[in-house]
Ligand binder design. Structure first.
Ligand code: NAD
Length: 259
């Protein structure tokens, strides 16, 4: 028997024409990629792990960089498959109502599931590419990882020999201004903001929620735990995203159809 909150979320999705989705690490836990702050999250288990995520630490500590490259070889991201939550968002997109997926995830699973890559905004970058912190050249992560697997402790930039890093946003690093601009536009120009699997504890991503709410969007938050923005939401569902998103994507549009 669906809860009142589920029914309310379904009604909002049914009448929505322009849905923007904001996702976080919680949509990928069912794919075997741990989140940071959930009960079994990487930072919940090891409070010091977060320190390594700063740009300053990466730039100044060669041992940390070597450790990052070694660890990355075994990242669950390389073998992860999209799960029911990712697939549900593809369905919602195909129904013509989902305009944009803004994701904090770096795993590429929305695109792997079949979301239109042009509609996916990776706010925190991607683990599938590298960037040189010296000259800015980008390249495929697999090329760098092959060098690590072949015995290089820290692959450098093939062009300028500068420090190579995953093309992800570390603490202390600016977000891509154009991607952030498009994410803010998507938050301003939606009738429903569907937030899924994020603790909403990282800015500026979490700031998209008050932005959308102030612009008149109905906010639905689906996350296992409470978030600091629950009071702004029309509906809060503390339930698994792998159940809620397929349920919502199956809701037929009410009246009006597409535009
Ligand atoms: P977070 O770890 O802070 O929060 C994830 C939230 O999802 C938690 O509150 C947790 O309780 C909830 N959750 C976990 N599994 C769930 C499920 N199946 N159903 C419902 N809720 C579930 O992650 P965040 O808010 O995305 O922010 C952390 C940062 O970490 C982001 O910047 C992101 O780039 C990065 N990150 C990305 C990945 C990835 O790409 N898969 C993984 C870990 C961290």
């Amino acid at each position: 028997m669906p809860s009142d909150a589920c029914k309310a979320a379904r009604a909002l999705v049914a009448s929505a024409h322009r849905i923007t989705v904001l996702t976080g690490a919680g949509v990928s836990t069912d794919s075997g990629i741990p989140d940071f702050r959930g009960p079994d999250g990487l930072w919940t288990r090891d409070a010091d792990a977060g320190k390594a995520a700063s740009l300053d630490a990466y730039l100044t500590d060669p041992e940390l960089r070597r450790l990052a490259w070694r660890t990355r070889l075994d990242s669950p991201v390389w073998t992860a498959k999209p799960n029911a939550a990712h697939r549900a968002l593809v369905e919602l997109e195909r129904s013509g109502r989902l305009r944009t997926v803004v994701t904090q995830n770096i795993d590429g699973l929305h695109q792997k599931a079949g979301s239109d890559p042009h509609r996916v905004l990776e706010l925190h970058g991607t683990l599938h590419a590298t960037v040189c912190l010296g000259c800015g050249a980008t390249g495929p992560m697999r090329d760098a990882l092959k060098r690590v697997a072949d015995g290089e402790p820290e692959p450098d930039c093939p062009r300028c020999r500068g420090i190579l890093k995953s093309a992800t946003i570390s603490f202390g690093q600016e977000l891509d201004a154009e991607i952030l601009r498009r994410a803010r536009l998507a938050a301003l120009d939606c009738d429903v903001l569907l937030v899924a699997g994020t603790s909403l504890s990282v800015q500026p991503a979490s700031g998209l929620v008050p932005l959308a709410a102030r612009a008149g969007a109905e906010v639905i938050i689906c996350n296992a735990e409470p978030t600091p923005y629950d009071s702004l939401a029309a509906v809060v569902l503390h339930e698994p995203v792998g159940e809620v998103l397929p349920d919502l994507s199956a809701v037929p549009p009410s009246g009006g159809g597409r535009f």
